[in-house]
Design a binder for this molecule. Structure first.
Ligand code: NAI
Length: 349
C-alpha cells in the first residue's frame, strides 16, 4: 500500500514522503519554490544511510535547483526527488512506475528528469504514469555537453575578471571527474589551448580525457594541484574546510552540485584569494538544455541561454568586486531577488 505524508519544512513549499513497503519504495519529493514556474529537478536514486540523510539531500538539492533556475532566468522553480535504493533485490520497473504515480499526485507542480542513478529507461517507466518528465530521449539529448559548454563560458568570465587573461589559452585547469561532463569539458578546454590535469576514480577515463598533452593526477590530490582553475565535476561536498585550505588553484568553476560542504567554506576560500564561482551559476547548462522540451526552446535558443551564463558570471564577479563580498554572496542575492519576484538582472536574454 502506498503511504503519502506531507511535512512542513520552513522555507519549502512542499515536502512529500512516499513509501510502499512491499515494493521497497521510499522517496522524498521536495518542491522548494514554484514562484517562478513549476519546480524542476531530477530524481536521484541511490542508497542513503537513513531517511534523514535522504531528506537532507533532497532539501539541499531542491533549493539549489531554485537558485540555479532563478539565476538562469528560465521561468522554472526548484524541486528534487530522492528515491532510496533498496538494500536487497527489487523490481526496478515497478518501483519507477510507482514513482511516476507519486510525481503525478503533484499535478505538474514538480517536473522530474534524470539524475544520479536514474537511466533513460527509468525515465520512460516514470513517463508511463505521469506527463511531468523532462529530459527524455528525443529532446536535445544528453545534457552533459551543454553543461560543459556553460562551464567554459563561466571559466572565460573568471579568466577575464580574476586571472587577468582574455581567454583560457595556456591556463592550467585541474578537472576532478572525467565522466559525461568532465570528459566533454576536457575536449572543449583542449580546443581552447588550456592545459589539462585530470583525476578520476577510473584512471583510464582520466588518461583518455587528459589526452596526450595533459597529465593525470591522483584522485585525493587533484584539488591541491597547482593550477589556474579547479573544476569539480565528480561529487558534491568536495570543498570542506580541510580541502579549502589546500586548494592549489586560483579559481574554482565546476559542474558538481553543492560543491561547498557549507557556505562558510566560500569565505575560507576567499580569505586564501581563491575565487569560487557558485556551482548553481556555472552548471546551469544542464537544466537549460534538459528543460528545453518543457519550455519550448529550440537548440539555438538553448545555446543563447547557455551563453548568458558567462554574462551572468561577468556581472556577479563585478558586483562581488564592487561590494567586497564573495561571488557566492553576490549570486545568492541575485537569485533570492529573482525568487522574491523581482526580475533577475541579465536573465532571460
Ligand atoms: P558521471 O557519473 O558521468 O561522472 C562522474 C565521474 O566522476 C565518473 O567518471 C566517476 O568515476 C568520477 N568520480 C566519482 N567520484 C570521484 C572522486 N572522488 N574523484 C574523482 N573522480 C570521481 O556524472 P556527470 O553527468 O559527468 O556529472 C558530474 C557531476 O556534475 C555530478 O555531480 C552531477 O550531479 C553534476 N551535474 C551534471 C550535470 C549534467 O548535465 N550531467 C548537470 C549539472 C550538474
Amino acid at each position: 500500500m502506498l503511504e503519502l505524508h506531507t511535512r512542513a519544512v520552513e522555507g519549502f513549499d512542499t515536502v512529500l514522503e512516499a513509501r510502499h513497503r512491499a515494493l521497497g519504495y521510499h522517496a522524498f519529493l521536495v518542491i522548494h519554490s514554484t514562484r517562478l514556474g513549476p519546480a524542476a529537478g531530477g530524481t536521484r536514486f541511490t542508497a542513503y544511510p537513513g531517511p534523514g540523510a535522504a531528506l537532507a539531500d533532497a532539501l539541499r538539492l531542491a533549493e539549489a535547483m531554485s537558485l540555479k533556475s532563478a539565476l538562469a532566468g528560465i521561468g522554472l522553480g526548484g524541486g528534487k526527488a530522492v528515491v532510496r535504493q533498496p538494500p536487497g533485490a527489487f523490481d526496478r520497473r515497478a518501483l519507477f512506475r510507482l514513482h511516476g504515480e507519486v510525481i503525478d499526485t503533484l499535478a505538474g507542480r514538480y517536473i522530474t528528469a534524470g539524475d544520479v542513478g536514474v537511466s533513460l529507461e527509468d525515465l520512460e517507466t516514470i513517463a508511463e504514469a505521469t506527463a511531468h518528465v523532462a529530459g527524455r530521449a528525443g529532446g536535445l539529448g544528453d545534457t552533459a555537453p551543454y553543461t560543459a559548454l556553460g562551464l567554459v563560458s563561466a571559466m572565460e568570465a573568471v579568466a577575464k575578471a580574476r586571472l587577468g587573461r582574455p581567454d583560457l589559452a595556456g591556463l592550467r585547469v585541474a578537472v576532478q571527474g572525467a565522466g559525461k561532463v568532465g570528459s566533454d569539458l576536457c575536449r572543449r578546454l583542449a580546443a581552447t589551448g588550456a592545459r589539462l590535469i585530470v583525476a578520476d576514480r577510473h584512471r583510464a577515463r582520466a588518461a583518455a580525457a587528459a589526452g596526450p598533452e595533459g597529465t593525470v593526477a591522483p584522485v585525493d590530490r587533484i584539488h591541491a594541484v597547482e593550477a589556474d582553475i579547479f573544476a569539480p565535476c565528480a561529487i558534491g561536498g568536495i570543498l570542506t574546510a580541510a580541502t579549502a585550505a589546500t586548494v592549489g588553484a586560483r579559481a574554482i568553476v565546476g559542474a558538481a552540485n553543492n560543491q561547498l560542504a557549507g557556505p562558510e567554506v566560500a569565505d575560507l576560500l576567499a580569505a586564501r584569494g581563491v575565487c569560487y564561482l557558485p556551482d548553481f551559476l556555472a552548471n546551469a547548462g544542464g537544466i537549460i538544455s534538459g528543460s528545453a522540451g518543457i519550455l519550448g526552446y529550440t537548440e539555438p535558443e538553448c545555446l543563447e541561454r547557455i551563453a548568458a551564463i558567462g554574462r551572468t558570471a561577468d556581472e556577479v564577479l563585478a558586483e562581488a568586486e564592487r561590494t567586497g563580498e564573495t561571488p557566492l554572496a553576490a549570486a545568492l542575492r541575485r537569485a533570492h531577488a529573482a525568487l522574491a519576484g523581482g526580475t533577475p538582472p541579465g536573465a532571460a536574454r
